[in-house]
Design a protein around this ligand. Structure first.
Ligand SMILES: *Cc1c(COP(=O)(O)O)cnc(C)c1O
Length: 375
């Protein structure tokens, strides 16, 4: 098989390390591993297998089709379909034994009818909008939703969930409000009492920064892949051991050029050399998720040194200035994300340069490139 010059490495060791670090923080709570978006770009199936081996209690995906892929790959853990629990996906969910997350009463009749056809009692989880303001049912309408589910003999409420909007900010008071609302609303309903029902609220930020938010299960994504919800600040403030980034994105030098002073580089001549320069050409660009916003901004690692990206990032080509790094050769490894020698470019660094968050960087790089799992 022929491989691209660009490659994403996923470290099994880092994933395992992060799982056990989170496992200790989670205490008695189970861990649902979020493997949506192809495991945040790390590979849904391989990540699900690794985390299942380490003791994950459940897997979380957005749509039923992802759950089906997990089943076809032999994963037997409970799989939660968090976004797309609709009548058209329910037959697949029943068949593949996926757990629907119900956001309101709209489809209950149809769900109940399909469950009856199959002759099974379907365990569902309900999604409360305890302050996220996105999906789910408001606390004031929650009792009514519970009653309407209970009116269907072949549906069973196995759990209730909500989601934090600001748990990535350790200083946010909003998280305490959401926690309070979730706790009070569920405590007021006898069938949702502990032991009868699985309550889950915390994501990575909740686990790290909102004491008392673990309930029966935590739903973890970002931390398991090795990043802190609040980026650089989180890594700086964290006590040891630290999370270990699992993704590395590398390319290589395909041409080295000596260019005189005053020469415009690439589209729009966004950069003009101010001195005789050595420019290395990289076969990577926005087609591989190395976005145009990194033009004239990002840095890469080469031979253990940092080198700046100069000029416009184009679809398949990027230029770096390696003037003064005399040992650089065609074929040298260039690290766009991750460690080389003693230096490291983190997803938070790239996110700052792109004007986004680490989540997006991981999804972009991981899902647009050849991935290999390394020990
Ligand atoms: C993605 C997701 C999570 C995981 O969030 P992280 O910040 O990556 O830990 C938890 N809950 C829900 C509902 C999600 O969609």
């Amino acid at each position: 098989m022929m491989n691209s010059l660009n490659r994403v490495e996923i470290s099994r060791g880092a994933l395992v390390h992060n799982f056990h670090l989170c496992r200790r923080l989670a205490g008695e709570a189970d861990i649902m591993v979020m493997v949506k978006a192809d495991g945040y770009g790390h590979g849904m199936i391989s990540c699900a297998r690794i985390f299942a081996e380490q003791g994950a209690a459940a897997l979380g995906v957005a749509e039923a089709v992802e759950g089906l892929r997990l089943r076809q790959a032999g994963l037997t853990l409970p799989v939660f379909v968090l976004v797309g629990s609709l009548p058209q996906s329910l037959p697949v969910m029943l068949d593949a034994n996926l757990t629907p997350v119900i956001t309101d009463a709209t489809n209950l009749g149809e769900f109940s009818r399909l469950a009856e056809e199959t002759g099974v009692k379907v365990g569902v989880h309900l999604k409360m909008d305890a302050g996220m303001g996105r999906q789910g049912t408001l606390p004031g309408d929650f009792l009514s939703l519970v009653q309407r589910v209970q009116a269907h003999a072949n549906l069973r409420i196995d759990g209730v969930m909500a989601h934090f909007p600001m748990a990535d900010d350790p200083g946010s008071l909003n998280s305490w409000e959401v926690l309070h609302i979730f706790r009070e609303t569920t405590a007021a309903l006898d069938i949702l009492a502990p032991g009868k029902c699985c309550l889950h609220l915390a994501n990575s930020g909740g686990l790290f920064y909102v004491a008392g938010s673990r309930f029966n299960m935590v739903r973890l994504g970002l931390a398991l892949y090795g990043c802190y919800p609040d980026g650089h600040a989180g890594r700086k403030a964290a006590s040891l051991p630290l999370l270990r980034p699992a993704m590395r994105f590398t390319t290589q030098v395909i041409q080295l050029r000596r260019i005189p002073a005053g020469h415009g580089l690439g589209y729009s001549h966004l950069f003009t050399t101010s001195r005789p320069s050595t420019i290395a050409v990289l076969p990577v660009g926005y087609g591989a998720g190395y976005l145009r916003s990194l033009s004239n901004t990002a840095q890469v690692l080469i031979r253990g040194h940092r080198a700046p990206v100069v000029g416009r990032v184009s679809m398949n080509l990027t230029l770096i200035d390696v003037t003064g790094l005399e040992d650089v050769e065609v074929g040298d490894e260039v690290v766009l994300l991750g460690r080389q020698g003693d230096d490291e470019i983190t997803a938070d660094d790239v996110a700052d340069w792109m004007g986004t968050i680490s989540y997006e960087v991981l999804c972009l790089f991981g899902n647009l490139n050849n991935r290999v799992l390394v020990e």
